[in-house]
Design a protein around this ligand. Structure first.
Ligand SMILES: Nc1ncnc2c1ncn2[C@@H]1O[C@H](COP(=O)(O)OP(=O)(O)OP(=O)(O)O)[C@@H](O)[C@H]1O
Length: 258
């Protein structure tokens, strides 16, 4: 029994399965995720990692099996309900507003988190507070230099940093990152990795990360889950999983570049 399994899981899947026609993309995946733990999900292309994320966040309906958030069954609930229960997902699914500025996009996320509790007398100070809070998140992702840029004109890397800022502003208890550094230039990668490092230090956050780059996996993972053909084939501490035969054969079969 591992140390993290003493706690109540914040997220669980039980025999979670989805079929596309005759193809089983995620096959009876059972796993528990805990606050204070960053789990990296690895596996070859087409292994089912993104589909598993879609099943957890509610973007896809399960064919069978179940999903629980903090003990509440959410299997039949859509993404909005799951978001209210604490799931937050960056990349691919976060909707940016391309015709609004960077600061306005984050301000909307801060406002959504704070609730729309502004009255006529406090509207200016509240607005200032929302903007100050939004600027705080922009600083964290090194985007203050793009504060007033229209989001539609941002580079790919800056859009991804903005998605991280929005995710941070929404303050979910369960944070899901799907290949957060994909498509980023070499100098942009450390900013996002450093942020995920900071998030991971928070003992209340459960972090799930899909990642291909093994150096990123090594740097961040407390635990690694391996999917292969939709099936969970390994789950444990990084050093154990990396050395397991199934991972060596199925995923790390080719030597990594030095
Ligand atoms: N909407 C869909 N309809 C039909 N098949 C799908 C659908 N979504 C995913 N699949 C199939 O399910 C399998 C798993 O895909 P998925 O994208 O989850 O893999 P992955 O592990 O995230 O891959 P990658 O590392 O390349 O992103 C693949 O065979 C894919 O073609």
């Amino acid at each position: 029994m591992t140390a993290y399994s003493q706690q109540q899981p914040s997220l669980s899947t039980r025999d979670l399965t989805i079929r596309f026609g005759g193809h089983v993309a995620v096959n009876a995946v059972t796993a528990d995720f805990y606050p204070g733990t960053l789990t990296v999900i690895v596996g070859p292309n087409g292994a089912g990692k993104t589909t598993y994320f879609n099943l957890v966040s509610g973007q896809l309906p399960a064919t069978s099996g179940s999903v629980f958030i903090n003990g509440h069954e959410v299997t039949r609930h859509g993404p909005a309900r799951r978001t209210r229960l604490g799931i937050g997902r960056a990349f691919q699914l976060t909707n940016l507003f391309p015709h609004l500025s960077v600061i306005e996009n984050v301000r909307l996320a801060v406002q959504a988190r704070a609730g729309a509790g502004m009255n006529m007398f406090s509207i200016w100070s509240s607005h200032k507070e929302l903007i100050a809070r939004a600027e705080h998140y922009l600083e964290r992702v090194h985007l203050m230099g793009r504060r007033d840029t229209m989001v539609g004109t941002l580079s790919h890397g800056d859009q991804r940093k903005l998605e991280v800022a929005i995710l941070l502003a929404l303050e979910p208890s369960i944070m899901m990152f799907d290949e957060p550094t994909a498509g980023m230039s070499v100098d942009e990668v450390p900013v996002v990795l450093d942020l995920i490092h900071q998030v991971k230090r928070d003992a209340n956050k459960t972090v799930l990360l899909v990642e291909h780059k093994m150096d990123v996996v090594r740097a961040l993972a407390d635990r690694i889950i391996v999917l292969h053909n939709g099936t969970l084939v390994a789950d444990g501490k990084p050093q154990e999983v990396m050395q397991s035969q199934i991972v060596q054969e199925a995923y790390l079969g080719t030597p990594e570049p030095a």
